[in-house]
Design a protein. Structure first.
Lengths: 172, 391
């Protein structure tokens, strides 16, 4: 694989978004995406690039040992750099932040396979690609996605409802 | 007919069914109110889940500052770096007399650099420099003064640094000043701060090693020849598999607090900086930050002299290069960088699986190119490690 430039340009944005949604951490997502491309460089040939990249990225995230190590490093880095933080986070309204928190909670509540299938689908992977990346049968992707979507929406709505109730109680 | 499975409905909405299956599903939905309602509900789920997932993108970026953006004080430190650098170039006393006449056409820039160096010296307190500061990577060049306790540390860097000081000092000082300014990569080690011997702790080499990183070479000294043509050539060498075997050469390994740095030359005149953050116990190092920025008057004079001769030369080189280079627009725009400073330097970051250290690779390349460089560096390191095992 010598065409790293093309590979990177084509898939980096989607991969980073997928990983950010999966991990809730943009920096971490970028790191995993980068590692994925480095691994792609070592391959002589990849049949389905997108499925391959998403599968490798997913496996990298799954690697618990690495994840923990990275978390520790990340926290250490955060602690070191906190005082020097000069990049200001984008302005976020309270409501948007709450929505993000609820979305994160709802997504985290999904089964791993459902979550990954859904996130990959959102990045435009077709059923065959999702099946390849997650080692599913293509026929079961529809069922997986329908279950994931339903659960995600129901869970999110439940969180929304309880928040509204809390706010109502607080107001009264 | 049997009602449609929810999975089939989603497959249909996602366009994953064959034409034959689509026709069958359509026909059924037209006739079956229950399934039509299920389809409507499924559409709602598809849209809502997509919206919920979009909310996940609301992650504040910049939790970890990747590269410090240009701050006013950075320039002060940059100038200090330039000053320390120039001190190194002119540190041979032999040269000072010879250069006096040429120095009369002094450029003012080195002067201000000296004064800035002096002014910023007190800011660099020991505690400040002791803390590893990845986000200040850009300003790292002048602050690096550290030695390990002489008894325990192999002090591998220091003798090398001393040797380099001797070598480079000779080359850039005694020989024509042109050679230092023109020949890439511009790597200089500075021998400053010997006068600060008042600290009781042992000093392994008694020297301050300051090296121009890839960033410095590219960003701080615009006079350094980073012509477009050259960069393009370097890019070509990277992307063209035929010329890929061009080996990556280690030009320098400046040691700074909290990280190990390696300056690689990926193509003639094109350097990248690999910074590896090290796990360090603060009590294992002795920090001598203040020594780095002390410049006595005699060396300050040399700075002027050296600055007057070397800086314009480099500027000339740049002009020549600019004249022969294609327009800047010809250079392909970099893809979404992982971290890019306004001066066009991109940094990628990763964790080394073997050591767990955080690595940063910076250079005037796109992120994709840096990935390729990273791969080549890793290959080379692996090869070197293998060679060491087999003596």
């Amino acid at each position: 694989m010598t065409d790293v430039e093309r590979l990177f340009r084509t898939y980096n944005a989607a991969l980073v978004r997928y990983l950010t949604r999966r991990l809730g951490d943009r920096d971490w997502a970028e790191e995993v995406a980068q590692e994925t491309f480095v691994r792609a460089l070592r391959q002589t040939s990849i049949q389905n690039e997108r499925a391959w990249l998403f599968a490798v990225a997913t496996n990298l995230v799954r690697d618990e040992a690495r994840k923990d190590m990275r978390r520790r490093k990340h926290l250490a880095l955060l602690a070191e750099e906190e005082r020097d933080t000069i990049v200001e986070p984008e302005e976020t309204t309270l409501e948007r932040a709450q929505e993000a928190a609820m979305a994160r909670k709802a997504v985290d509540g999904l089964a791993e396979r459902d979550r990954l299938a859904l996130l990959m689908r959102e990045e435009g992977l077709d059923y065959n690609e999702i099946a390849e990346a997650l080692e599913l049968s293509p026929g079961s992707v529809g069922t997986t996605l329908s279950r994931a979507r339903r659960r995600l929406v129901e869970s999110y709505e439940a969180l929304q409802k309880s928040r509204e109730e809390r706010e109502k109680n607080a107001a009264s | 007919m049997q009602h449609l499975d929810e999975g089939v409905i989603h497959s249909w909405l996602d366009g994953a069914l064959s034409a034959e299956e689509v026709a069958r599903v359509k026909a059924h939905v037209d006739e079956c109110a229950q399934c039509a309602a299920a389809v409507a509900e499924a559409r709602g789920f598809v849209a809502a889940s997509s919206r919920i997932l979009t909310a996940l993108d609301n992650v504040p970026k910049g939790v970890v500052p990747e590269v410090a953006r240009a701050k006013p004080r950075n320039w002060a430190v940059w100038r200090a770096a330039a000053a320390v650098l120039v001190v190194a170039l002119g540190s041979l006393a032999v040269l000072s007399e010879r250069m006096t006449t040429r120095g009369s056409v002094a450029d003012t820039a080195p002067m201000s650099a000296v004064s800035k160096a002096n002014a910023s010296a007190p800011d660099q307190s020991a505690t400040d420099t002791a803390r590893p500061e990845p986000s200040r990577a850009v300003v790292a060049a002048p602050r690096v003064v550290m030695t390990k306790p002489a008894a325990t540390a192999p002090a591998a860097n220091s003798p090398r640094a001393a040797a380099k000081i001797a070598n480079q000092g000779t080359v850039s000082g005694v020989n024509e000043s042109l050679s230092a300014a023109v020949s890439p990569p511009l790597v200089v080690t500075a021998d400053v701060g010997r006068e600060r011997q008042d600290n009781a702790a042992p000093r392994s080499a008694g020297s301050v090693q300051t090296a121009l990183s890839g960033r410095v070479a590219g960003a701080v000294l615009p006079s350094r020849a980073y012509g477009i043509g050259e960069t393009q050539a370097a890019r070509g060498a990277l992307s063209d598999p035929a010329s890929a075997p061009t080996s990556i050469r280690v030009v320098d390994t400046p040691r700074v607090i909290g990280e190990k740095r390696t300056l690689y030359e990926v193509a003639p005149g094109d350097t990248v900086l690999l910074a590896e953050q090290l796990h360090m116990q603060l009590d294992t190092v002795v920090v001598r930050g203040t020594a780095a920025t002390r410049v006595d008057t005699s060396t300050a004079r040399q700075i002027r002299l050296r600055g007057a001769t070397s800086m314009p030369t480099a500027a000339d080189t740049q002009q020549k290069q600019a004249a022969t280079s294609p327009p800047a627009a010809a250079v392909a725009a970099a893809p979404a960088p992982l971290a890019q400073t306004p001066n066009g330097i991109t940094t990628i970051r990763w964790t080394d699986p073997a050591t767990g250290n955080v690595m940063r690779l910076s250079g005037r390349h796109s992120a994709a190119e840096l990935l390729e460089i990273r791969r080549r560096i890793e290959q080379q390191r692996t090869a070197e490690a293998a060679a060491k095992k087999k003596p």
